[in-house]
Design a binder for this molecule. Structure first.
Ligand SMILES: [Zn+2]
Length: 221
């Protein structure tokens, strides 16, 4: 129970956080809710984490559990799990962007991960997801080249996007645990400031892996 399996029917209900399936057995109906973070979309198909399906089945009567699996999923069609992100909690990243948000209207960071430029930005206070952090490669929403790596909610919960790769999760874990050190290491490795993107030229900035203004806005040093 580690992958995702294909959902063969559409949910009957959907909110911003969850979907629901109505399971029918003779004389009875049960509504089963699945958090959206347990769902992956791939090539226009919907896959649901086997782990959550198993959990839900444990809570249901046997005949309803069987019907749930049989009527809504095709266990032969699976999706590799990819990065292990279930329960990934990144409150340190939210705190980092909140701090930067005190002096920058739209805080952004950029990192090179496995040769891909990953941009993290804090959504503005008037957006649909105020204060959440979104990760993509910076291409416009309608660009075919756009890669979407995921979203971090206000409570730190990470929901991976369709293009999320293990390297992005690892970078986020590092940023969560040690923001200052991660900004320094990425800046030193790339030779550019992870916050403003400018090339680091001053000796001290090169040493610290971040420019003086960004250092003040983004770090505790
Ligand atoms: Zn900078």
């Amino acid at each position: 129970m580690s992958g995702y399996i294909l959902a063969t029917s559409l949910p009957v209900w959907e909110s911003s956080k969850a979907v629901a399936f109505d399971v029918n057995v003779p004389g009875r109906r049960s509504r089963v809710f699945i958090p959206k973070k347990m769902i992956r979309e791939e090539s226009g198909k919907t896959y649901v984490s086997e782990w959550i399906i198993q959990k839900k089945m444990e809570q249901l009567n046997r005949d309803i559990a069987d019907a749930f699996l049989r009527d809504f999923f095709d266990a032969d069609q699976t999706l590799d799990e990819g990065p292990k992100v279930i329960g990934e909690s990144l409150p340190g990243v939210i705190a980092l962007f909140d701090k930067a948000g005190e002096s920058i209207k739209y805080p952004k960071l950029r990192f090179m991960v496995d040769g891909i430029e990953v941009k993290a930005r804090r959504a503005g206070d008037r957006s649909q997801n105020p204060g959440c952090v979104f990760l993509d490669n910076g291409e416009g929403f309608h660009s075919p080249d756009r890669q979407y790596f995921g979203k971090i909610d206000r409570d730190g919960e990470f929901t991976p996007g369709k293009d999320c790769i293990e390297g992005v999760v690892e970078m986020l874990r590092a940023l969560n645990a040690d923001p200052d050190g991660t900004l320094r290491d990425h800046g030193k490795a790339s030779g550019a400031c992870s916050a403003c993107g400018r090339e680091l030229t001053e000796r001290k900035s090169v040493e610290l892996g971040i420019g003086p203004v960004c250092r003040q806005r983004w770090t505790n040093q």
